[in-house]
Design a protein around this ligand. Structure first.
Ligand SMILES: Nc1ncnc2c1ncn2[C@@H]1O[C@H](COP(=O)(O)OP(=O)(O)O)[C@@H](O)[C@H]1O
Ligand SMILES: CC(=O)N[C@@H](CCC(=O)OP(=O)(O)O)C(=O)O
Length: 266
């Protein structure tokens, strides 16, 4: 089975054209790929917290998650956002099956930060791939919200990119991180320029120089982690151009490819 894990970022969720969902459903129906969707929803969570007068706080792109915040995160991600995406796939003629990482022990976690500063933020230690395979084999498109479960039964908030990388690594799938930007950008002579390929060393350098910041940090680190976990390829693409996904899956150059070694870009 050719699994492709598509992570859809919250930055773009409400803007994605119908053609995006149509493209994924037609790729599934043609048997070319078995898509698995992992989604975010950061802006929706921020909005819900704002309405409760709770401040959103991030450390290196990860949300500090108290139990009060976790309740909101879970309601927004596993409820509102997950079902929004399921509906979009249904409208495109696909079988979208919404799950969170809590269902069927899909995403087992350990706390991300042992000092406790991040609160209930989890890192994925195991993915229950059986159910994903079963859903895919039966024509379904799994749509996963990034909430994980600890062995104590405690639920944890997982960054969407981190969850997607873990799912891709567990299946040896390609990882496609879909966001509202064409890829990793760098300002050169006052113009934002797309970086087509980035190695691990270049990523470290661009984080320390401030070129890569905020929500892009978990994205590039997740891509690297996925690669070291056995994923053959990781790429960051813009979801506003559904043609980009087709181009990428046909071997074309779009977005930013993340690779482990050799320097392709200086
Ligand atoms: N070098 C960079 N190139 C492009 N975007 C960057 C870069 N560094 C930081 N960003 C920010 O990262 C954002 C994408 O991360 P995030 O908002 O978490 O997206 P998503 O919700 O799609 O996962 C961009 O919209 C941009 O503000
Ligand atoms: C731990 C952590 O930061 N979790 C994220 C989960 C949602 C997410 O990843 O949303 P985007 O993909 O839209 O950024 C959060 O609470 O915002």
């Amino acid at each position: 089975m050719k699994f492709v894990v598509l992570k859809v970022g919250g930055s773009i969720l409400n803007k994605l054209p119908k053609a995006f969902y149509d493209t994924i459903v037609s790729l599934k129906e043609s048997g070319r790929i078995h898509p698995i969707i992992v989604h975010g929803g950061g802006p929706e969570i921020n909005h819900a917290l704002d309405q409760m007068n709770v401040k959103s706080e991030f450390v290196n792109g990860l949300r500090v998650t108290s139990s009060e915040v976790l309740n909101v995160v879970e309601q927004v991600l596993s409820g509102k956002v997950n079902k929004h995406i399921v509906t979009k796939f249904t409208q495109s003629g696909g079988i979208g099956l919404g799950l969170s990482g809590v269902d069927a022990n899909l995403l087992k976690v350990t706390p991300q930060d042992k000092t406790g500063k991040l609160g209930f933020v989890g890192d994925v230690k195991e993915v229950n791939t059986n159910w994903l395979q079963l859903i895919a084999e039966n024509g379904g498109i799994p749509i996963i919200s990034p909430i994980g479960i600890h062995e104590t039964g405690q639920h944890y908030n997982i960054n969407g990119d981190t969850a997607a990388a873990a799912v891709a690594a567990s299946l040896g799938a390609k990882l496609v991180l879909i966001s509202d930007i064409p890829g990793v950008l760098e300002e050169i002579q006052g113009k934002k320029v797309l970086i087509p390929k980035l190695t691990k060393a270049e990523i470290e350098e661009k984080i320390s120089s401030g070129v890569i910041y905020g929500g892009m940090i978990p994205k590039v680190y997740s891509a690297l982690k996925a690669l070291s976990g056995g994923v053959e390829e990781a790429v960051i693409l813009n979801g506003m151009n559904p043609g980009d996904l087709k181009t990428y899956l046909s071997g074309g150059q779009v977005g930013t490819k993340i690779v482990m070694g050799e320097k392709h870009y200086v």
